[in-house]
Design a protein around this ligand. Structure first.
Ligand code: INI
Length: 154
């Protein structure tokens, strides 16, 4: 059997990182994690463009524009949606997840879902560099691997 795998070397790759301003005390920790992953895997700091965006609801459309621009090999989406008392959470989180997937599907560029969706603030903290790892690190490492994988697939 033969196997294809993306690999973790990000040297020469260009990444866009979309970062929400909502829940920035959590999301900035995700961005720290993403930065750590880029450093660990050889992506140069000048090849990473951070873009601040209002909320997770806006991420999908902006991600599609960035992915279609030809300027980036991948787009990493970082955000945090915390459930409140109303159905707002479902609309915001659902739209973010759906449109991020669609941006990747429509453009053929890896668009990575680094948006944490939690029941409460404690769960968000756990996923932003404490008990449950750092989802920003995981998202950036996934982006690097997907760029390498797509080079093998096309
Ligand atoms: N946006 C988030 O990124 N996280 C949230 O938890 C959140 N809550 O709870 O409402 C949130 N709302 C704003 C939304 O993403 C849009 O910016 C807003 O609805 C304007 O379109």
């Amino acid at each position: 059997m033969k196997e294809i795998r993306g690999g973790k070397n990000g040297a020469g790759q260009r990444h866009a990182v979309l970062v929400t301003q909502w829940n920035d005390f959590i999301v900035n920790r995700l961005l720290d994690g993403a930065q750590g992953a880029f450093e660990d895997h050889g992506v140069a700091a000048e090849d990473v463009q951070v873009i601040r965006i209002p909320g997770a609801y806006e991420i999908g459309a902006a991600a599609k524009k960035l992915a279609a621009s030809g300027r980036y090999d991948a787009v990493v989406c970082l955000g945090c949606v915390i459930r409140g008392a109303t159905a707002h959470f479902d609309y915001v989180a659902g739209t973010a997840a759906r449109l991020i997937a669609q941006a990747a599907y429509d453009t053929g560029v890896p668009v990575i879902f680094g948006v944490i969706t939690t029941e409460n603030i404690e769960q968000a903290i756990e996923r932003a560099g404490t008990k449950a790892g750092n989802k920003g690190y995981e998202a950036a490492a996934t982006a690097i691997e997907m760029v390498n994988l797509y080079q093998h697939l096309s």
